[in-house]
Design a protein around this ligand. Structure first.
Ligand SMILES: Cc1cc2nc3c(=O)[nH]c(=O)nc-3n(C[C@H](O)[C@H](O)[C@H](O)COP(=O)(O)OP(=O)(O)OC[C@H]3O[C@@H](n4cnc5c(N)ncnc54)[C@H](O)[C@@H]3O)c2cc1C
Length: 392
C-alpha cells in the first residue's frame, strides 16, 4: 500500500469546538493508526486475518472502554473522545474499529452497566488492557433484525444454568476469551450471561469467505448444554432493552467511525485527482471531478456536525435511541456513497490494494447492515416521528 499521507478535512473548523483533551486523544489515535495499522492492514485484509498484534496498541490509545471509569481500568473519557477514537480507528479500517466497538460497547458496557461489583472487578480491568477479549452474541441464524424472536435459552438447574442454542455473525468470536450472550429463561425473558472459553459444550467456529470486514474475525457461538455458573448472569437489566442499550452505545461509535472511513476515501481521491494528469491537466481541474470532491466534503462536514451534536447530547445523557439511529444510518450511508464515488476518481487504480478505497467500500457493506440495518434505522426514525411502529 502507498505511504499513509492522510490529512483530515475540517471544512467548518470543528477543531475549535474540541477541548485540548479531545485533540490529544484524537491525535494519539491518529498517530497510532498511521504507525501501526496503515502499514499492515492491506496485507491482513487480503489474507482475511485479524492482526492480533495490534490489540495492545488499541488498549494503549484507550480504545477499550474509553468512557468506563478508571477504577475499572477504563480511560474515563467523555463521549466525544470515544467518538473521535472510533473515527480515527475506522479511518484505518472498519474491521479494527469493529473489534474495539465490540470490546467497549458490547462487552465492557453491559458488564459495567448491568453487572455486579464482583463481575466488574473480575472482567473490566483485563478487558480494558486487552489481556482478555470479548464478543457479543445477539444475532441468531433465524433472528437478525428481530432479535426478540431468539431461541437460545437457559434453564435453572439449581446450582447452575444450562445454556443451549446458537449465535451467528459474531465479531471477535474466534479469538474471544468471553462472550456476553443474550438468551431467554424459562419464562421467555431475555437475560445476559457471561460465557467463558473452555466451558464444556461451548465452541466458536470461524465464518470464512467474507468479502467485507476481512481484517475482522467473525464466527458462530454454539452452546450445547453449557453449564454456566449462576454468578455469570448479568442481574442489572433484563428484557430486549438490555441488549438494545448496548447497541445504542455501539451505534453511536459507528456514527463517528463511518466519518473516518469517508475522510480517508475523500483525502485519497483529492490527492490522486491533483496528481493524475489526463488530457494534459490534472483531473482535479475538470468540473466533473470537482463536483464529486465538493459533494464529498459537504457530506463529510454535515456528518461531522451530526456526530458532534449527538456527542454533546450523549455527554448530557439526553441522546435518544432514535437520534442515534439517525446518525448511524446517515453517516454510514454517506461513507459508502463517498467510497463509491472516490473509487471512480481513481479509475482502475481504485480497485487495487495500493489504495484503501475498495477495502473501505467493502467494509462499509457490513457496517450498513450490522447493528441495525439501513432499513431498520429508517423504521426507528419513522416510528419516533409518527408514533406508529411499522415493524409488523
Ligand atoms: C460482519 C458482521 C459482523 C457482525 N457482528 C455481530 C456481532 O458481533 N454480534 C451480533 O449479535 N450480531 C452481529 N452481526 C449481525 C448483524 O447485526 C445482522 O446481520 C443484522 O442485524 C441483520 O440481520 P440479518 O443479517 O439476519 O438480516 P435480516 O434481519 O434477515 O434482514 C434482511 C433484509 O430484510 C430487511 N428487513 C428486516 N426486517 C424488516 C422490516 N420489518 N421491514 C423492512 N425490511 C426489513 C433488512 O433491512 C435487510 O435488508 C454482524 C453482521 C455482520 C455482517
Amino acid at each position: 500500500m502507498k505511504p499513509d499521507l492522510f490529512e483530515a478535512p475540517d471544512y467548518y473548523l470543528l477543531d475549535e469546538l474540541l477541548t485540548e483533551e479531545h485533540k490529544l486523544v484524537r491525535d494519539a489515535a491518529r498517530s497510532w493508526v498511521k504507525r501501526d495499522v496503515s502499514p499492515i492492514i492491506e496485507e491482513y485484509a487480503q489474507k482475511a486475518e485479524f492482526p492480533t498484534q495490534i490489540i495492545s496498541g488499541l488498549a494503549e490509545i484507550g480504545a477499550f472502554g474509553p468512557y468506563i471509569p478508571p477504577e475499572y481500568g477504563g480511560a474515563g473519557l467523555d463521549q466525544i473522545s470515544y467518538g473521535l477514537i472510533m473515527q480515527e480507528i475506522e479511518r484505518g479500517d472498519s474491521g479494527v474499529r469493529s473489534t474495539a466497538s465490540v470490546q467497549s460497547s458490547l462487552v465492557m458496557y453491559p458488564i459495567y452497566a448491568y453487572g455486579t461489583e464482583e463481575q466488574r472487578k473480575k472482567y473490566l480491568p483485563s478487558l480494558a488492557s486487552g489481556k482478555m477479549m470479548g464478543c457479543f452474541g445477539l444475532t441468531e441464524p433465524d433472528h437478525g433484525s428481530n432479535p426478540s424472536g431468539m431461541t437460545t435459552n437457559f434453564i435453572d438447574k439449581g446450582d447452575h444454568y444450562l445454556l443451549n442454542g446458537a449465535k451467528l455473525w459474531i465479531s471477535n468470536a474466534p479469538f474471544a476469551d468471553i462472550a456476553v450472550v443474550w438468551a431467554k429463561n424459562e419464562e421467555g425473558r431475555i437475560h445476559g450471561l457471561i460465557v467463558e472459553r473452555g466451558m464444556e459444550g461451548f465452541s466458536t467456529p470461524e465464518t470464512h469467505n467474507k468479502w467485507s470486514l476481512r481484517a475482522s474475525a467473525t464466527g458462530e457461538l454454539i452452546f450445547d448444554n453449557v453449564k454456566v455458573p449462576k454468578e455469570n448472569l448479568l442481574p442489572g437489566k433484563s428484557g430486549l432493552g438490555a441488549p438494545l442499550g448496548c447497541l445504542d452505545s455501539a451505534r453511536y461509535g459507528i456514527a463517528w467511525g463511518a466519518i473516518g472511513a469517508a475522510m480517508d476515501c475523500y483525502d485519497t481521491a483529492l490527492r490522486y485527482a491533483g496528481e493524475r494528469i489526463q488530457f494534459d491537466r490534472p483531473i482535479a481541474a475538470t468540473q466533473l471531478q470537482q463536483k464529486k470532491l465538493a459533494e464529498m466534503v459537504t457530506e463529510i462536514t454535515k456528518a461531522q456536525l451530526l456526530a458532534f451534536r449527538l456527542g454533546q447530547l450523549k455527554n448530557e445523557g439526553r441522546a435518544t435511541t432514535a437520534q442515534i439511529s439517525m446518525a448511524k444510518r446517515n453517516n454510514v450511508d454517506m461513507a459508502i456513497n463517498i467510497a463509491r464515488e472516490a473509487r471512480q476518481v481513481l479509475g482502475g487504480m481504485g480497485i487495487t490494494g495500493e489504495y484503501p478505497i475498495m477495502r473501505h467500500m467493502m467494509n462499509l457493506e457490513s457496517v450498513i447492515t450490522y447493528e441495525g440495518t439501513h432499513d431498520i434505522h429508517l423504521l426507528i426514525t419513522g416510528w419516533d416521528i409518527t408514533g406508529i411502529s411499522a415493524f409488523k
